[in-house]
Each structure stands twice: as structure tokens, then as C-alpha cells.
Design a protein around this ligand. Sequence first.
Ligand code: SAM
Length: 240
Amino acid sequence: MTVLPYKDKSDAKKKQVAEMFDSISGKYDFLNHFLSLGIDIRWRKKAIKMLRDLEPKHILDIATGTGDFAIESLKLNPEKVVGVDISEGMLNVGREKMKKKGIADIIDMQSGDSENLQFEDNSFDAVIVAFGVRNFENLEKGLAEMNRVLRPGGRAVILEFSKPTVFPFKQLYNFYFRWILPKIGKVVSKDNAAYTYLPESVNEFPFGDKFLRILEKTGYKNTKCKPLTLGISSIYVGEK
Ligand SMILES: C[S@@+](CC[C@H](N)C(=O)[O-])C[C@H]1O[C@@H](n2cnc3c(N)ncnc32)[C@H](O)[C@@H]1O
């Protein structure tokens, strides 16, 4: 079942997702860190470490949003990082951030759809995505596109929400995620749907072994999964 942000609208998922992220772009960074108690920062750091041995020079950050994952990837000393996103609102917040940090020459924030990438085959050493793949309209098409632009031997690192399974953490977390987080998100972002869409989309999204099978189906080898914080999120790695 496709989970849509705005249930009263008939637009395709991609259009609704872009509209939703445009609407919350000004509050996105604050809410991310506030609602996760800053844990999202640690998750991005851990995910980027999965690329240290590869020493990638050209990195593509898919669904880059405001660019936090792209910024974290600078720890790998790349020559160039390209970030793509379908939300101009998110990209604009990101572009301002890059200018302020003096890194706009190394991180290029471009408008683009992950399911139809405008890059040649085998263009990047690494393709990274944080909290993006769950929002794709067509997951397999997006993952296959990422594989297409990755060079042979290159690596994809995907950070995404998963679901905790251990009692009683699972129950406590679910209560927070389904009942508390949407209320805070709604008040702060002023978007009625975005923080209801978050737990709903996570609930429907494949995780763990199921996600690894999809990675393999879309062309990745040597896949692995590393659950984080009792399974709230997971890092998935696959090679071309
Ligand atoms: C939850 S945000 C993640 C942003 C960033 N990666 C981070 O770690 O904070 C998800 C982003 O995915 C983008 N997105 C969703 N579908 C996309 C697609 N098909 N192509 C490019 N970006 C997409 C949204 O516009 C949004 O900015």
C-alpha cells in the first residue's frame, strides 16, 4: 500500500512528497534534531564511516534535503559531492547552509529526481541516502538508478528508519513515535500531515532482510544491514 502525505489529495506521491518537504523546509533541521534528541546526527556519522576504507572522491547524496548527510560526507575528503532533491524549498535551505559554511564550491545542490537521475552510468564512487528511500514513489526504480550511476566496485550507503523489536523498548518507542512526535511536529512545522506521514510511512516500509533482498534484486552485491539504537534506524550497504 502506498502511504501518501495528504490523503485528501489525488496527486501522485512524488508531487505530494515535494510539496510536504517544501512546506516544512524552514523547520526541518530543528525538528529533526529536537524530535530525535540529536541521535540523527550520530546515525549520519556512523553511516558515513561505512565508506572510510573506500576513500570515495565523487559522492552522490540522493534526497539530500538540507544537505546534512552531504556535509557529513566531507569527512571522507572527497573532491566533489553532488546532492539531488525534488524539493526546491529543502535545497534552498541547504544552499544557504553551504554558503555560510564556505563549502558551496565542493557540495553542489541540484534539483533532481532520484528515480530518473541525469548522470551518466558509472559516474560516482559512492551513492548515499539518508531518510530518502522511504519517500520514493517507486523504490525499486530509485535503487536501480542509484546502482546505474555507481561505478563498478562503488558502494551505496542507505540510512533509513526501521522498527525496534525488543520489549518494552518497542512499545515505548511506538507510543512516542505514533502519538507524541506527530503532535509536536504539527505544532512546530504548521503542516498537518508531515509528522503523521512519518510514522505511517515507516510502518509500511520494508526493513532488515526484506530491504536487503530488494537491494539484491536491484543489482547490489555484498549487501549488509547494521541496526542502530535498538533498531529505530538501520544502515544498509551494497556494492556494484
Ligand atoms: C527526510 S528528508 C531527508 C533529507 C536528508 N537526506 C537528511 O538526512 O536530513 C527526505 C528528502 O527526500 C526527498 N525526496 C523524496 N523523493 C525524492 C526523489 N524521488 N528524488 C529526490 N529527492 C526525493 C524529499 O524532497 C526530502 O528532501
